[in-house]
Design a protein around this ligand. Structure first.
Ligand code: B16
Ligand code: MG
Length: 217
């Protein structure tokens, strides 16, 4: 039996949230906004443009479209300097074991990320070859919690949406998976991700019995 296994990227495979934070903080400082770690939580799973809009709302600031475009460009250029230094040591604990197990058992694997930088990141941490399909911020028109990114991922794998398994660290991502009739596995704080069908703090808590049961369901 086969099931589509779909992974979010930021916060699930690697902790790039810390780099997004550093890059956004510079933009915010430039706008005179004090951007905190708590604020950064609101940006998880959210698209780049939406992230900027949230920051502008925090500072109660209005700017022109041209200024927005400049800031988005600047933010990404800075973010890319952090990405450039990444290597396989940044893969979060337990992720490789799960990817290995799924590969060994011929389960279809996809990435479903809001990031437009997903491919270079997977290349940097040297796991691009594990993925049979990649759907990222360049492919979708509707951001999470819209199910589009995960529905497209299942389609690319030639698998049904129903019963597909999604690993997510954001509330919007869990909601997107649920809306697609998929099985949502929350990675992170249960209190935050309580809408998920299953909850784990990280991948080291996920064992092969759990994965096999999902396949057989
Ligand atoms: P980029 P995910 C998301 O990735 C991040 O969680 C979110 O914080 C970020 O704004 C978004 O990607 C866009 O990223 O600027 O690289 O296109 O969690 O969906 O893998
Ligand atoms: Mg994420």
């Amino acid at each position: 039996k086969k099931k589509a296994f779909i992974f979010d990227l930021d916060g699930v495979i690697v902790d790039t949230a810390k780099y997004h934070f550093l890059a956004w903080q510079k933009i915010a400082a430039q706008l005179g906004i004090d951007f905190t770690h708590e604020h950064n939580e609101q940006l998880k799973g959210v698209s780049r443009i939406r992230s900027l809009e949230i920051i502008l709302a925090i500072g109660n600031i209005t700017i022109t479209q041209e200024e927005k475009d400049n800031l988005l460009l600047k933010k990404n250029e800075d973010y890319l300097t952090y990405i450039d230094k990444m290597d396989e040591s940044e893969i979060l604990d337990g992720v490789m074991q799960v990817l290995h197990y799924l590969k060994q058992n011929n389960q279809p694997i996809a990435l479903g990320s809001a990031s437009k930088n997903a491919r270079p990141i997977l290349e940097k941490v040297k796991i691009l070859s594990y993925f049979d399909a990649i759907v990222d911020g360049n492919d979708v028109t509707n951001a999470k919690p819209d199910p589009e990114v995960f529905v497209q991922a299942a389609k690319k794998l030639n698998m049904p949406s129903e019963g597909a398994i999604v690993f997510e660290d954001s509330v919007a991502g869990v909601q997107a998976a649920n809306a697609a009739q998929m099985v949502s596995v929350g990675i992170g704080e249960k209190a935050v991700l309580h809408e998920a069908h299953y909850n784990f703090n990280n991948f080291t808590e996920i064992d092969t019995t759990f994965l096999q049961n999902l396949v057989n369901k």
